[in-house]
Design a protein around this ligand. Sequence first.
Ligand code: MG
Length: 429
Amino acid sequence: MRATNQDAHVLLPERGIYVVADGMGGAQGGEVASRMAIETIQESYQEPGAASLTSVIAEANRRIHEAADDPGLRGMGTTTVAIAIVPEEPDPDTESTADDGIEPPQHLLVINVGDSRAYLFRDGGLTQLTDDHSLVAELVRDGRITAREAEAHPQRNIITRVLGIYPEVQPDLWPVDPMRGDRYLLCSDGLFNEVNDDQMTSVLRRLEDPSEAAGELVRLANEGGGRDNITVIVLNVVDDGGAASKASAALAGEARGSSRSSRGDVAGFSTALGEGLSDDVLDSIRSGSKPGRGQRRAARTAARSTRSRLTWRVLLFTLLLIGVIGGAFATIQWYGTSTYFVGFDGNEVTIFQGRPGGLLWIDPTLEDGTGILRGEVPERYVPSLEAGHQVPSLARAKQYVSNIERDIAAITTTTTAPTPAAVTTSTVP
Ligand code: MG
């Protein structure tokens, strides 16, 4: 329903970065700001990594802020959410040198300023990876309104962090370990203000092709009212360097058939934007190992010998049965321990591995204390911590803790800053 498009986006698979920006500000300000953010990333993000990602966001902020000196562009700003494939930081505990000839493993970084969003679709469920920097999101985090009330709140367009308004900006940065089968969704608020989580989940379950999924989401947002510009990027992880399949391959006895090293593989993606792009960006690096050859050969040998056929059948059946039961246990074990959450252990904020409350026989285990006491935690984190704030990786749990620490530091700074002495006056009639 909009005459202009203040959203902008870019897909740079060769540098492994995908970006959505949603501009705001009168006249042409919104269009200019979001386009400047995208152009800065295109120009200046050359070397994949966390440092260059945060510096390019700072650079975009600076450029937009300076350009906003122009009276016609005053007050312009833009959200930016990006997902980047980056080499993992080297582990200081291992003594590998930079030139040992092995490519470092890769993971994903999500960076966010504003209320555009990144979602992860994994195991059939949708999780919002980013925290909205918006007034209503803060009210929800403070427990002052419900998520449902936020959806229809008259001030849901007010954002609290944005590129271009202030000389400096603090982005949120979330590391994510990709798994084959993951789908990542980047979008502007034109999508989630019209399409709810259940609808998004249903589309991502139904349409495997990222192009079709993105197109369908845009169609649903327009059907829901289309009151804002809508930008959607869908990324499919088609190769994770074997991380997701290692456990099951070992169980199925196929590990000896595969000599691929998990190191050095590139996280592969297929991507699509809106209603257009094809999905073959990095499909060609998809893994090519074929499980099952050993079992097929065993079955053929058995068929030739009538005397041993029954024995082979029983053996095969038994192996399959063990495989199925073992697989089920392994899946539950994996599901119960594959995530982390941040919660209270007594009085201390603590990182746990597992699921809050546990799963069947799997109790959450204590991963790391933080030294942060309940009394220090800003109010808005408390309900989430009490329920157990779930995150997909240890790195993300640590990021969440450091966000809490940052907020504590901010509060401390505020409360210890010198304040003018109160002046008491009394009036005599
Ligand atoms: Mg918008």
